[in-house]
Design a protein around this ligand. Sequence first.
Ligand SMILES: CC(C)(COP(=O)(O)OP(=O)(O)OC[C@H]1O[C@@H](n2cnc3c(N)ncnc32)[C@H](O)[C@@H]1OP(=O)(O)O)[C@@H](O)C(=O)NCCC(=O)NCCS
Length: 220
Amino acid sequence: MRHGSQAVLPTLRTERLVLRNWSDADLDPFAELNADTAVMEHFPSTLTRAESDDLVEHIRHQAVASGFSLWAVEVAGPGPRRHGPEDSGPGFTGRTGFAGFTGIIRPPFVVPGRIDAGTVEIGWRLSRWAWGHRYATEAATAVLAAAFERFGLVEVVSFTVVDNLRSQAVMKRVGLRRTPERDFDHPRWEPAWGKELRRHQVWSIDRAAWEQSSVASEPQ
Ligand SMILES: CC(C)(COP(=O)(O)OP(=O)(O)OC[C@H]1O[C@@H](n2cnc3c(N)ncnc32)[C@H](O)[C@@H]1OP(=O)(O)O)[C@@H](O)C(=O)NCCC(=O)NCCS
């Protein structure tokens, strides 16, 4: 890997996932998912190998600068509590290994009054084989806990195009709510992207709402 600094992301563990630092072995499967037109449906284009590697580089630099970033998500296996020893419980694909990323990052642009220099965004991108198993929701729940408890953030936002219903469903599942007054036209939009990639919905959760929802979801 070409980065000059060590990443400093703490490892986050969930029932089925490990959210960890990026390794050189992730570059091949990450380039593969970034070249998948289904995964990149709601982005201006798929990524070349060089663009995919540069994104990992950027992610690692953000980790060094802020202590958080987009974690590499690894499917470790079925959780011990939900599934039997035969590893065939509901929600487990049987496939393990690097599945993509989930994490928090500062957006690379500012939209005055909506996305400012201090805004932190939560985001996710997984390989097709990892969709449909609640992995993004599981990873994002752990990332939100880290955002508020470990990194002391006061608010986390997420934004996406109107058509990206799968991403909006994850936002909703992890407790984010629509803040339509903050919706914006992407400042880097150009006609070649197509008009459906222009308008972005903003969803958000603040610390108080997160504390309330995490208390509400604790087992009694
Ligand atoms: C956005 C993305 C991460 C969502 O992945 P996902 O698998 O749909 O989301 P989740 O992890 O929350 O899983 C939900 C799925 O798990 C299923 N599921 C399995 N067990 C479940 C359970 N116990 N409870 C609820 N849902 C469960 C749901 O039915 C749902 O699948 P379905 O939509 O096929 O019905 C994925 O589509 C992706 O990587 N997209 C491309 C990148 C992208 O657009 N990123 C966002 C940019 S803003």
